[in-house]
Design a protein around this ligand. Sequence first.
Ligand code: ZN
Length: 277
Amino acid sequence: MPELPEVETICRSLRDHVVGKTLAEVEIQLSRLIKWPTPEDFRSIMTGRTIEALERRGKYLLFQLSGDWVLVVHLRMTGRLYYRAAGAAATGSPRVVFHFAGGDALEYYDTRTLGTLYLLRQNELNRIYGLSSLGPEPLTAEFTPEYLSTGLARRKGKIKSVLLDQAFIGGLGNIYVDESLARAGLHPEQRAHELTQPEVIRLHEAINFVIDKGICGNGTTFRDYLDGIGNKGEFQNDLCVYGRKNLPCPACGTLIVRTEVGGRGTHFCPQCQPERK
Ligand SMILES: [Zn+2]
């Protein structure tokens, strides 16, 4: 699933290609991806509008359209946006195609079809609970060691599950949580409220570090992630634990273990990330 660095990379790669473009036609091949309004209204309201800006919040992409409308896209597991230049052939079977007036297009692909698209007025964005409830993002002024410390002290769940809660910290997912815990030397099943102050400080630094490195590396291509113009990410080359079951830990050589925490596949080094009873 694309996480903050991947969605940020998609946003940056698309921005120059789509901002300022006017939508000539919206082609919907799979209606159930459109969560609001009806597919008919989605198509008719968007047609003729211009994309004025493209932003990211958490894992959401927000296309600001003329007339105060916003197209909100969440890619979920396998959603992918691809900018196709005028005259270039489609590269597969897009589920939704946003055709621009100049003959170019923005294509939405989705193998597992779990993605969600909404068209809302600017002042209606709170209808999307996951968006309106987003917690502070890493690398922002709101995401302080104090915020993390206070929040963890109130949560008794396993640290891995707590960090995946988008209402607590916006944008983290499986890859970057596993990498953050590895860098901070914390066992994924450690209870959040049991973390010591030095551990919280290490975790805060680790989260900001891996998110920054992820963005600088244009995201992680583990399975099918590509940016908005078809390029792979590079952060998969720098992963310490994620996807590295039975491979040696880069720090100590111990074999990485894969387990499940809260139903999510979880990778860690048993030597560098011991569970503290
Ligand atoms: Zn290790």
